[in-house]
Write a protein of this length. Structure first.
Length: 505
């Protein structure tokens, strides 16, 4: 068999070297051109406001994004929370396991490039009827013993018989069916890798967003408590005036209703705060009864500079776009798999073993045997299965191409939305601060005038309501600026490519 193998292996190598992978050749989609975030150039600096978190932000074109972008908010507690979420959030563990599974499937498929080898051993204990035993029926063994030696008188013959051997099977990948399958699985592994990166980015954004939401709710609760305190003071003044006959009972009742309304606004904010705290605990893999850090807006710094990637880089930076491209590559390879299934296959099998009545004689003189079989199989009729499988693969490729295009469009839209939101919400915060300042001045002056009897209660109540609305609007607009910054980092890809454990793109 050794001589035959030495002649067969070069032939197999020639076949493999001349083989090709059928199906369409994959080409990486080009970046859409021209691409930008708006028809007209966007401002490079946002509007500033005289309040914490209202600083003007500069958009720096073509600046790279740090992998730990949340550190730009300069909060050690926030940094520790994100790091803990990466370690303990179950979604990260699940995404890591999915990636490990995808990689193992690629390695498993690559095993079909090599011959399969199986070893077998069989032992028999045989009783042959004495009337059937012939001198030549069982043959001469390697040691000269004849198992069919006649016995007088006729008696049953007992003997052991052993068979050991190796079986080798190999199907040359002449038309690249296995290579296309490996290509498809490798692309799916890439998709899982980018899904893991998206998990990290989304988790970090959710943690930072929840921390900002908590800080906003605390500020709104504090503002509401200040409003309640102011209304309680106004109510006390009105009660004193009522006792002196300078105020009417209807005015007193209206102020009591306004105080009750302000107090009613407090429980919903407290509920939202506790629910946000529950969300933060869940994001770091904790239960609702665990205690952890709290956040205030004054402890978070708004990054003064924001990186703005060039439009052409978005398709390389966004994990969702990269995952969609990987799915497109996988679908392209599956077309080749379907085409190869319609073409001939050239299986090769060989066996090498030995038979003997004694184990030491298996591979001695007369015991060894071998076989070598080559063949060709060609599908002739399969009820249309192969044809329709090919058509289904073609349709799946079109679907993946359309989904990729839709993902790219959505990515540019997402970046554009966050940029417009950052610019517009900066203007809104500046307007909210001005409105609050003006409403506060009006409210303070009106309250002093009412204390000395220059204005009636209804004017004060209107000034109170206006100031209350302006104060809460300013606090909410203040938190939105932080949220816009988080959304922009996420929309630009989150800087995953700058992490040390990430292989170069």
């Amino acid at each position: 068999m050794r001589g035959h193998c030495s002649r067969l292996l070069p032939a197999i190598c020639v076949v493999l070297s001349a083989s090709c992978a059928v199906g369409p050749t994959y080409h990486k989609p080009e970046a859409p051109a021209p691409a930008d975030y708006s028809p007209a150039p966007l401002p490079e600096v946002t509007t500033g406001a005289e309040v914490h978190g209202g600083e003007a932000q500069h958009l720096i074109s073509d600046r790279d994004i740090p992998s730990e972008w949340w550190q730009l908010f300069q909060s050690p507690a926030l940094n520790a929370l994100v790091a803990q979420a990466f370690k303990t959030n179950p979604t990260v563990t699940a995404a890591q396991a999915a990636l490990a599974q995808a990689k193992e499937l690629v390695r498993a498929q690559r095993g079909f490039y090599y011959p399969s080898v199986g070893a077998g051993f069989q032992a028999e204990r045989v009783k042959v009827a004495g009337n059937n035993t012939q001198s030549s029926s069982l043959g001469i063994q390697g040691n000269g013993e004849n198992l069919g030696q006649p016995l007088q008188p006729a008696a049953p013959l007992y003997y052991q018989f052993y068979t050991a051997g190796l079986t080798v099977g190999f199907v040359p990948d002449v038309f690249g069916a296995n290579r296309r399958q490996v290509e498809s699985l490798a692309a799916q592994a890439d998709a899982q890798r980018f899904a893991l990166e998206a998990t990290y980015i989304t988790l970090a954004s959710n943690v930072v967003g929840a921390a900002v939401q908590e800080a906003s709710l605390r500020a709104q609760i504090e503002a509401t408590q200040q409003i309640i305190a102011a209304k309680e003071k106004s109510l006390q003044i009105l009660r004193d005036q009522f006792q002196l006959g300078f105020a009417m009972r209807i005015d007193l009742a209206a102020q009591e209703a306004a105080l009750a309304q302000a107090q009613t606004a407090l429980p919903p904010l407290q509920k939202q705060l506790e629910q946000t705290r529950d969300l933060l605990r869940a994001l770091i893999g904790h239960l609702p009864n665990d205690a952890d850090e709290t956040f205030d807006l004054d402890a978070l710094q708004l990054p003064p500079e924001l990186p703005l990637s060039l439009p052409a880089k978005i398709i390389d930076q966004r994990p969702d776009v990269r995952a969609a491209e990987a799915q497109l590559r996988a679908a392209n390879a599956q077309v080749g798999v379907a085409v190869a299934a319609m073409l001939p296959q050239f299986p090769i099998t060989g066996t090498l073993g030995g038979n003997a009545a004694q184990i030491p004689l298996l591979f001695g003189s007369g015991g060894p045997f071998w076989t070598l079989v080559g063949g060709v199989t060609q599908p002739v009729f399969a009820g249309g299965t192969l044809l329709h499988t090919k058509r289904a693969a073609d349709a799946a490729l079109k679907q993946a191409a359309a989904q990729y295009q839709n993902t790219v469009i959505g990515a540019y839209q997402n970046v554009a939305d966050t940029l417009h939101a950052s610019l517009s919400d900066a203007d809104a915060l500046a307007g909210a601060v001005e409105t609050e300042n003006a409403a506060k001045v009006t409210y303070d002056l009106t309250r002093r005038q009412m204390e000395v009897g220059y204005v009636n209660y209804l004017i004060l109540l209107n000034a109170e309501t206006t100031y209350q609305q302006a104060l809460l609007a300013r606090v909410q607009a203040q938190a939105i600026r932080y949220g816009d910054t988080v959304a922009l980092f996420q929309a630009l890809g989150g800087g995953w490519w700058n992490r040390e454990q990430v292989v170069a793109r």
